[in-house]
Design a protein around this ligand. Structure first.
Ligand SMILES: Cc1ncc(C[n+]2csc(CCOP(=O)(O)OP(=O)(O)O)c2C)c(N)n1
Length: 361
C-alpha cells in the first residue's frame, strides 16, 4: 500500500478509547464550578497560569522572529496541570520535567529573568546558558531538571523518591511527562519499581493526545495511559487537565498519600497544546488529524478563561483586574527580554567547567 492510501485508511479509523468525553473538546467547556474553594488560592492559580502563558507567548514570538534559536516546546493550553500540582510541592521535593517544561519551572516559582536568559543562551540563565529551553534547572525551588530524552527523567525521579524514603524525609519525587513517554520501556520499569518499593513517587502524564505530530489513537490501542498504573497496582486519577481545580484535588490526594508512606500515585491529566510540537506556529498542517477545527474546539476549553469566567461570575476577579494583570505581565516580559538580550554570553572556557569524572577506586 502506498503512503497516501495508508494515510487515507488511517484518517477514517475511529479515534477513541477509555478517555471518552475527557478527550472530546466539545465537552468540559463550561466555567469551572467553584463551591468551597479558597478564593485567594484560585486567584493565585489564575495569575500563575497567566504568567506561564505570557512567558510562552513571548517565547513563541522570539522564536518566530528568529531572535531565539534553541528549539522551544511550548505548553500554551496546558497551564492548569503544572499550576494545580506545583502548589502541593515544596523546595524539599524533587521534581523533574521533559522537553516541554517552562510551565513546570514557572509554576514551582522559577525565576522569569533566568528562564529568558536561558533560552537566549546567556550566562545568567537558569542552566548558565548551557542548556536552553529543554534543560531547565532550579534546585533551590525543588526543580531538579528537565531533559529532552523522552521519559529520561522518570527513573531519575524514582531514584529521588527512593532516596527520600531511605533518608526518612517526607519529600516526594515527581516526574512530568507526556503520553509519548508511556511508549518508552523505562516508564514501565519505573512504575514497577516504584510500586514494589512503595516509593513516595508521583507520575504525572500530561496527555495532550499527541506525540510530536502523531495522535495517540495511531500509537496506542487505548487513549488513556492510566491503564499502565493499574497494571502495576498504583493508585491513579484521570482528570480534565484544563480544570485547575480538578488537577489540584487529584494532586492533593495523591501527594498527601505518597508523603504519608502509602506508595506512589499516577495522575493522568487530559489536555491539548495550542501550538505545534516545537516552535511558535500552530502546525495544523503537519499533524495527523490535528485539524484547524480540532484546534479551535480545544481553544474553547481554555483553562485560563474557564477559571477567569467562574471568578468573574462570583464577583471575585473582574475584567479590569484581568486586564490590569496582563498589562503588568507585559511589562515584566519586556523587561526580562531586554535584560536577557543585554546579559553576557558564557565564555568558551566555561565549557570545561562543571565537567568532571569519577576516578575508579
Ligand atoms: C528517547 C527519545 N525518542 C524520541 C525523541 C524525539 N521526540 C522528542 S519530543 C517527542 C514527542 C514526545 O511526546 P510526549 O511525550 O507525548 O510529549 P509532548 O511533546 O506531547 O509534550 C519525541 C518523539 C526523543 N527526544 N527521545
Amino acid at each position: 500500500m502506498d503512503a497516501a492510501k495508508l494515510m487515507e485508511k488511517i484518517q477514517v479509523e475511529e479515534f477513541g478509547g477509555e478517555l471518552g468525553d475527557l478527550a472530546n473538546p466539545q465537552k468540559y467547556r463550561q466555567n469551572l464550578s467553584i463551591h468551597n474553594q479558597d478564593m485567594n488560592k484560585l486567584i493565585i492559580q489564575l495569575e500563575k497560569m497567566l504568567l506561564i502563558r505570557a512567558v510562552e507567548e513571548s517565547i513563541a514570538e522570539l522564536v518566530l522572529s528568529k531572535e531565539v534559536n534553541c528549539p522551544c516546546h511550548l505548553s500554551v493550553g496546558q497551564e492548569a496541570i503544572a499550576v494545580g500540582i506545583a502548589q502541593h510541592l515544596t523546595s524539599h521535593d524533587r521534581a523533574f520535567g521533559n522537553h516541554r517544561s517552562h510551565s513546570h519551572y514557572l509554576a514551582m516559582g522559577g525565576n522569569v529573568d533566568s528562564l529568558f536568559a536561558e533560552v537566549f543562551g546567556k550566562k545568567t540563565g537558569c542552566s548558565m546558558g548551557m542548556g536552553g529551553s529543554m534543560h531547565l534547572f532550579s534546585g533551590d525551588i525543588g526543580f531538579h531538571g528537565s531533559v529532552p530524552i523522552v521519559a529520561g527523567t522518570i527513573p531519575v525521579a524514582v531514584g529521588a523518591a527512593l532516596s527520600a524514603k531511605l533518608s526518612g524525609s517526607n519529600a516526594v519525587g515527581i516526574a512530568f511527562f507526556g503520553d509519548g513517554a508511556c511508549e518508552e520501556g523505562v516508564l514501565h520499569e519505573s512504575l514497577n519499581f516504584a510500586s514494589v518499593m512503595k516509593l513516595p513517587m508521583i507520575f504525572v502524564v500530561e496527555n495532550n493526545l499527541y506525540s510530536s505530530h502523531m495522535d495517540i489513537g495511531l500509537r496506542q490501542p487505548n487513549d488513556s495511559t492510566a491503564r499502565f498504573a493499574k497494571a502495576h497496582h498504583i493508585e491513579y486519577r484521570v482528570v480534565d487537565g484544563n480544570d485547575v481545580i480538578a488537577v489540584d484535588n487529584a494532586a492533593s490526594y495523591l501527594i498527601a498519600k505518597a508523603r504519608a508512606g502509602e506508595g506512589p500515585g499516577f495522575l493522568e491529566a487530559v489536555t491539548y497544546r495550542w501550538l505545534g510540537h516545537v516552535g511558535g506556529n500552530a502546525d495544523i498542517d503537519v499533524g495527523v488529524r490535528r485539524s484547524p477545527s480540532e484546534l479551535a474546539n480545544w481553544k474553547e476549553r481554555d483553562p485560563v478563561a474557564r477559571l477567569f469566567r467562574a471568578l468573574e461570575d462570583k464577583h471575585i476577579y473582574s475584567a479590569s483586574m484581568f486586564q490590569g494583570y496582563k498589562d503588568y505581565l507585559d511589562d515584566l516580559m519586556k523587561s526580562a527580554i531586554k535584560k536577557a538580550k543585554q546579559d553576557p554570553w558564557p565564555h568558551p572556557e566555561f565549557l570545561y567547567e562543571n565537567v568532571y569524572y569519577a576516578k575508579a577506586i
